[in-house]
Design a binder for this molecule. Structure first.
Ligand SMILES: Cc1cc2nc3c(=O)[nH]c(=O)nc-3n(C[C@H](O)[C@H](O)[C@H](O)COP(=O)(O)OP(=O)(O)OC[C@H]3O[C@@H](n4cnc5c(N)ncnc54)[C@H](O)[C@@H]3O)c2cc1C
Length: 377
């Protein structure tokens, strides 16, 4: 019996992981991308990503996160690449903030290790964050920092070792259903496959069969700030953090490459982009000022003017949960998009689920909540 031939369209972190898990299962995989592996024009770049297990987005994610953690380790071992540093994670905010309550509830529901630091203990242990008198910290030991660019490359390397054909600089121009599966057209080249997995990230609506999916493109900007005491801001002393101050919210990443800590402000929202190709290279002054102000007010050990700014595009769904499942209205097609700012840590398990769906295997986790055909209300 010949192996099923599967095309993966898009090799950001989601497509790369799917190609890896498909090839590991013996599928004949081709994985195409317009750009190069680990490029910085989509959603899967920018030096660091948060991995955490106390999940404010819903405790139903915990089994997926645990499986993802195991797969990150498997990928590290099979490629000899360090991708995930378990520096722990903090949720910081007023005791009654919805996110602080959500992570505590998640810990209780799944009996997960965690520490609740009252204001005094938090100030003593993590003085890198300036906190107000009503703020606390919840520490998640099963959290860490991921390296996005090496992660994409490692997944594609592992996919290639397992037999996948990785085709960068192959934009998919057209996809058409055939009697047996799909015909994929990239320039003058056609590929006939049994199944197609669409993993085009924020470009989803530019592909014809995906054009009506409820995915909106948003611009997310990251800011790096130089630290006065760099050693105090490295992962061995500074966990990743989600900050929920009443005046500002951001995610915070320790120093990795010596440049500085990174923050991604949340409190001004993320502007809508109509085309990922229109990604600006710099930040609007209003956003840059807000990031500087948050750093000045809440991170006492940094020089509060960014030394580096990175802009990225991500696809968001109305309920901010991914679309992952059979493509509605089509046969032999799986769609994986709309990861809404929290897909990276889950990419290995999402890739595994994508592979299972593409090969007609039962899904190893309940993902009905991610059904691409669900109603928006
Ligand atoms: C700045 C930022 C910070 C984030 N922080 C976190 C975090 O800390 N933790 C976390 O878990 N998640 C985080 N996320 C979310 C996570 O990074 C994304 O959900 C994830 O990277 C989405 O990956 P993707 O593969 O779907 O998209 P992408 O990485 O954008 O990949 C899509 C790929 O498809 C290709 N493509 C598109 N159309 C075509 C076509 N027609 N033909 C061929 N190729 C095509 C593109 O070139 C691209 O390479 C963050 C996202 C951003 C933007």
């Amino acid at each position: 019996m010949t192996s099923p031939r599967v095309a993966v369209v898009g090799t950001g972190v989601i497509g790369a992981m799917t190609a890896w898990r498909l090839a590991r299962r013996g599928a004949d995989v081709i994985a195409l991308d317009t750009l190069s592996p680990g490029h910085d024009r989509g959603a899967s770049a920018g030096e660091s990503r948060i991995f955490r297990t106390l999940y404010k987005e819903g405790s139903g994610y915990v089994p997926l996160l645990q499986r993802s953690g195991a797969l990150w380790r498997e990928l590290e071992l099979s490629t000899g690449t360090r991708l995930l540093t378990m520096c722990g994670g903090l949720t910081i905010g007023p005791r009654e903030h919805a996110d602080v309550r959500a992570v505590r509830r998640c810990a209780e529901e799944h009996d997960l290790d965690h520490e609740v630091l009252d204001t005094a203990a938090a100030r003593q242990r993590f003085a890198q964050h300036r906190i107000d008198d009503d703020e606390i910290m919840v520490f998640d030991p099963a959290a860490g920092v991921l390296r996005p660019e090496p992660a994409v490359q490692a997944a594609l390397h592992a996919a290639g070792l397992a037999g996948a054909s990785i085709l960068p600089y192959h934009r998919v121009d057209e996809v058409a259903e055939t009697a047996r599966g799909w015909r994929i057209t990239s320039g003058a080249t056609h590929f006939d496959v049994d199944h197609v997995v669409f993993a085009p990230g924020p470009w989803a609506r530019q592909l014809d069969p995906l054009s009506t999916l409820p995915v909106e493109i948003r611009l997310i900007t990251a800011y790096w700030f130089a630290t006065r005491d760099t050693a105090a801001h490295r992962p061995d002393r500074l966990p990743i953090a989600i900050r929920r101050h009443r005046e500002a919210g951001f995610s915070c990443f320790p120093v990795l490459d010596g440049v500085g800590i990174k923050i991604i402000p949340h409190h001004l929202g993320w502007p809508i982009l109509h085309d990922p190709a229109a990604l600006p290279r710099s930040a609007e002054p209003e956003y840059a000022r807000a990031a500087s102000e948050a750093a000045r007010r809440l991170l006492p050990g940094v020089v509060p003017h960014p030394v580096r700014i990175g802009t990225y595009a991500e696809g968001f769904t109305p309920d901010e949960h991914a679309l992952l499942g059979p493509l509605p209205g089509h046969r032999n097609a799986t769609v994986m998009t709309g990861f809404s700012g929290h897909g990276f840590k889950l990419a290995p398990v999402f890739g595994e689920l994508g592979a299972e769906l593409a090969l007609g295997e039962p899904a190893s986790h309940d993902i009905t909540a991610l059904d691409p055909g669900r109603r928006a209300d």
